[in-house]
Design a protein around this ligand. Structure first.
Ligand SMILES: Nc1ncnc2c1ncn2[C@@H]1O[C@H](COP(=O)(O)OP(=O)(O)OP(=O)(O)O)[C@@H](O)[C@H]1O
Length: 272
């Protein structure tokens, strides 16, 4: 079998000579979905956790690679911040949630959750690569990757080295944020990484009395942004305290339906 056949970037690159992709030889990973945003704090980790939980609840074998090395929040969001990873036969054994989602995050390696990582970009980039190559992921249908923040050094290394099947962009419908997210979209496209679409987070709040959707930003601007960037809207999430309760699975019916819908859109984009 050619080396490219098992790579999810197969047919979407310049060929073997220019290949910079790293490999994980003892795991069998179906598709790798990156979750990205050029701007910090807009909900990248939240969307990664929601997507992973929904895929797992649909019966898929799922892993989450927390590539946000300096601000890892996946263990908390998935309720396993007390766990620690260990090594066996020179491979890292990831943490695992109650429902069986495998998780690799720097916060499962440090003594205290609040211990900072004071490293320069190249070292962080190497760690992200190792979280892919040196982890015993086993058999996975989907590996969701909470991508490094921004469009700098680490994001670049990640896109060049990990065979991403596509990325989900996360934004909030606000002009300044859209402008920065556009940079991330353009970066992915320049790197030949498929942009699956956009999740608009914190799009509205729900009135607790009448359930009316109250939009804080002009939705016309958001529509214009999607059109100008030729992006598919995968789903819209409200701003809600509910999303602080991802780990205990107590999301409202409305959020549950929204997450199911956006996951369906992601899967159908991946099949294209
Ligand atoms: N729809 C939402 N409603 C309410 N709070 C939210 C929502 N989405 C995210 N948050 C909160 O906003 C904060 C940032 O979210 P999150 O960590 O997912 O963003 P991020 O883009 O991954 O951030 P970073 O730039 O640090 O990687 C968290 O406290 C999270 O709980």
């Amino acid at each position: 079998m050619s080396e490219c056949q098992s790579c999810s970037s197969n047919g979407n690159c310049d060929g073997v000579e220019s290949c910079t992709m790293v490999k994980n030889t003892d795991s069998n990973i179906g598709k790798i979905i990156g979750v990205m945003s050029g701007k910090g704090g807009v909900g990248k980790s939240t969307v990664s956790a929601l997507l992973a939980k929904e895929l797992s609840s649909q019966g898929y074998r799922v892993g989450v690679l927390d590539a946000d090395i300096t601000g890892p929040s996946i263990p908390r969001l998935l309720g396993i911040s007390g766990e620690r990873v260990y090594t066996r036969d020179e491979k890292l054994i990831p943490g695992e949630t109650a429902e069986g989602i495998k998780v690799m995050s720097l916060n499962l390696m440090v003594k205290e959750e609040s211990d900072p990582v004071i490293w320069r970009g190249p070292m962080i980039g190497e760690m992200v690569k190792q979280f892919y190559t040196d982890v015993h992921w086993g058999e996975l249908d989907y590996l969701v990757m909470d991508m490094p923040p921004g469009t700098g050094d680490v994001a670049l290394t990640t896109m060049q080295s990990i065979p991403l099947s596509g990325v989900v962009m996360v934004s909030i419908p606000q002009d300044l944020v859209s402008m920065i997210v556009a940079k991330a979209v353009n970066m992915a496209r320049k790197m030949n990484v498929e942009v699956l679409g956009l999740v608009q987070n914190m799009s509205y709040i729900l009135c607790p009395d009448c359930s009316t959707e109250i939009r804080m930003f002009e939705s016309e601007e958001a529509d214009e942004f999607l059109e100008s960037m030729d992006l598919k809207l995968l789903g819209e999430l409200p701003m809600t305290r509910d999303l602080n309760r991802i780990s205990d699975g107590k999301l409202s019916e409305k959020i549950g339906e929204t997450v199911t819908g956006l996951t369906k859109s992601v899967l159908s984009q991946l099949e294209k």
